[in-house]
Design a protein around this ligand. Structure first.
Ligand SMILES: [Zn+2]
Ligand SMILES: [Zn+2]
Length: 105
C-alpha cells in the first residue's frame, strides 16, 4: 500500500484480525507517517447470530432463509432456532395437555 503522505510504499507494523475484519497499522519508511487500515473484504462471508453471539459462515447451512432480512438469512443461527423451536413445541404440548385436563375435570 502507498503512503498517503508521500506515495512511497509502506510497511505493516501490526495487524490484528477480529472475526473477518483485519486492522493493520502501517508506517511509511520514507516520511514516518502512520495510519491504520481496516480490511473488511470478506466480512460478508460471516454473520453473527443475534441470539448466541456466535459467528458462523454466512450460508443456508448455518442460517435459515428469511426473505424479510436484508441478506436473505435469518438473524438467528440454525442451532439457536432448533433449540427455540423444540422448546416452543414442548410448551405448546404442555399447554394443550393442561387444557385437556381441565376440560376432563
Ligand atoms: Zn510517506
Ligand atoms: Zn445462534
Amino acid at each position: 500500500m502507498k503512503c498517503p503522505e508521500c506515495g512511497k510504499s509502506s510497511r505493516v507494523v501490526d495487524s490484528r484480525s477480529r472475526y473477518s475484519e483485519v486492522t493493520r497499522r502501517r508506517e511509511c519508511r520514507k516520511c514516518g507517517a502512520r495510519w491504520t487500515t481496516t480490511e473488511t473484504g470478506n466480512r460478508d462471508a460471516f454473520k453473527r447470530c443475534t441470539r448466541c453471539r456466535q459467528v458462523w459462515p454466512r450460508s443456508d447451512t448455518f442460517y435459515s432463509a428469511d426473505k424479510r432480512n436484508a441478506d436473505g438469512l435469518h438473524s438467528w443461527c440454525k442451532p439457536c432456532f432448533s433449540k427455540y423451536d423444540s422448546r416452543r413445541k414442548t410448551e405448546r404440548r404442555v399447554a394443550l395437555a393442561r387444557i385437556r385436563r381441565s376440560e376432563a375435570a
